[in-house]
Design a protein around this ligand. Sequence first.
Ligand SMILES: [Zn+2]
Length: 363
Amino acid sequence: MPLPDLAPEHLVVLVLGPGKGELILVRVPPDAWMVVDGCGAERVHYAIEVLTQYRARPRIVLLTHPHDDHSWGVARVIEVSTPRDRKETWPRIGMVLPPGDDVAARSAGFIAGVTRQAIAVVQSRWSASPACRWDVNAGDLELLGDATLRVLSPRADVRAQQLELWRTRQSFDRNVISTALLLTWRGRRVLLGSDLVESPGDGWSHTLVLEPELGDHELLKVPHHGSDQALHDDVLRPRARVPEPLRVFTPYGPSRLPRFLPGEGAHRVVSHGGTSYLTGLPRRHVEQSGRPEARTLTELRTHDAISFDPRTTGFPDCYILVSIPPDGGPPRIEQGPGSVRVVPDSIGAASAGRFERIVGDEL
Ligand SMILES: [Zn+2]
């Protein structure tokens, strides 16, 4: 089963998260692609599969922070998009450069496996072609086709302080140096929250100083899998221009994020309004659903009790595709198998399916 066809004139944001981690692809029409982080399941590189199907070549590749659930497959995307004999075609490659003189020193005690490999590949391309280097400093503006990206985090002093902790091998939270991005296209705004947290580090308070109206967005990729520590009410409170924004969560199975109890994580996001989707439940990929789902918050509170039949047959699955038209019309949403639309409890579980059909008819 293929991924959906893309409307040629639309801004497209594709969020994938098959049980652990996340990958985001953005297509600014007609063909300016950006790949943010990476994920995979059952040995399938999700980013490579998406790029192959859409015959896409990224203009920007970004590793938002050095955690394995975001760096899976990033090295491979960079390898296939940086042919040695055509450096003029290479994408801009963004990353907060770790401290120290070599990868081994930077990695000791903190970084291993796929993240170490991703950092090494980024560095090798940066030295082979300095023009592709993007240091993602807060406040940076970068073009993606006719869209503008603004780097929101980490603030310069926080970044320097955290990198010093890293250099001196003291423990620190790598989510604090996550790169959050605000994409603006024809007056539409998409906030990609990466794993930026409010605690520790006051990350979202700092970004709100830079960009006070962050709540004004069509779409929020919810930061850090919807953990409480990553949420800030001023980012979640919808503004008048877009009273019903879209929120997309990716799950992180090992820490069972997001959580759905009243006042926690996903419940808190949903209570601010808008429409929320999960790319999957916080569980292993093989236990995700084989079709698009709609579940109430009450059902999701005890999501361990939900078993799916059929279960996923693999990629393409566990995705939400948001397609934003150029004329100011409402975004269209396509749910991949395994993804879940969160239904407000007032609608009730029994009518969730009916509501799904009504929404489907409008699309
Ligand atoms: Zn992280």
